[in-house]
Write a protein that binds this ligand. Sequence first.
Ligand SMILES: Nc1nc2c(c(=O)[nH]1)N[C@H]1C(S)=C(S)[C@@H](COP(=O)(O)O)O[C@H]1N2
Ligand SMILES: [Mo]
Length: 433
Amino acid sequence: MALPPVRSGRILPAAEDRRGFLKRTLALAGGGAALATGVANTARAQGDPAILTLPAHSKGLGQPVAARAYGLPSEHEKNLQRRESPGLTRVSQASVAFAPLQGMFGTITPNGLHFERHHQGWWDIDPRQHRLMLMGLVRGPKVYTMDDLMRLPSVSRIHFIECGANTGMEWSNVAVPSVQYTHGMLSCCEFTGVRLSTLLEHCGADTKKGRYVLAEGADGSGLTRTIAMERALDDVIVAWGMNGEMLRPENGYPLRLVVPGVQGVSWVKWLRRIEVGDQPWYTREETLHYVDLMPDGRHRQFTSVQECKSVITSPSGGQALLDRGHYNVTGLAWSGRGRIKRVDVSFDGGRNWQTARLETPVLTKALTRFNIDWVWDGSPALLQSRAIDDSGYVQPSNAQLRAVRGARSIYHNNSIQSWLVAANGEVRNVQVG
Ligand SMILES: Nc1nc2c(c(=O)[nH]1)N[C@H]1C(S)=C(S)[C@@H](COP(=O)(O)O)O[C@H]1N2
Ligand SMILES: [Mo]
């Protein structure tokens, strides 16, 4: 579409990100010769001292390489951070840090911004001491070193990981202000490792009698989850690589399970044991936690697939639109069942829907970025996105989800998110039917 003849909208970031924004505005304006021709066409830029005077960095010598042997983001981007929501858990080791979705582009999560969820704290384990044991209903139990594993045939796949408790604070009312806290237990990376099916074959697993596998982590939380053999043989990866380098310690270094489409708790970090068995283990993490309290008072267990979901990441709660005019409304969509087929966006609380552009490639069980043009006329607007996956499943509204699930759950909230843009441009988290 041709852009409308209005000034481009500017978005003021959420308060906690603001300092970086102000500095960034200055930095961008001082872009030098390359920008000189392109920028002079807006009324605002004409007469702007930042474009009329040559800055020091256009006249002097820059820095040599290797100031930092391992690169870091610009000083001006310091406010784009993982953040903790205060008071979530009783001990600091049982912690969550949320990814700043409002400030991220595309679909790949930079390793330093991947969300974190630890049941009992993280460790930086020496890979030379780390072992993975395969046992149970197998012909030959095996203990692998990292070197053993990395000699096996490997694959690299892009997948999202979402904690089952993502959006879990929002079941009955608005609880948190920004997309970082409503949806930030979500990340998407290229993972590299050996397929679990390769290891099961290597050990001669009995995949008929052995209908399940158990995955166990090496941290003190005793984190264990049952995974159906059908899934274990399909696309599960025993991974050491994340976005081209070894996993970060907080994400399971040196080894974690990647269980595409399934909630984060099954992505066991610091993976040390896989057992093949003939029935589910009914561990604490699948009987007491990660269960869904249904309206009839019973708990639903073994909900594992993360159903189709989407969210507008910008503009989003805590940000503010500074002008009327054109905006690129952008967000993320994903489904634990496959590919995203379509994302619709509404600017009037679900009365009218327009189909957004999906950025390619659209991968299975991975984040998909959507964009849509919007001209804000300065009146209040209610922004929503609704994703549909290739199984035909449509992301439910709040009311639709609650009709089935009630409002007393914690986990597996995939309902439509609403952001209210007030006449003064401020964006707020709100709940509507
Ligand atoms: N060993 C172990 N694995 C674990 C956890 C843990 O505490 N210990 N947390 C689980 C939970 S609940 C989630 S959501 C994901 C979080 O992965 P991340 O910290 O890499 O984002 O790891 C899972 N794997
Ligand atoms: Mo989780």
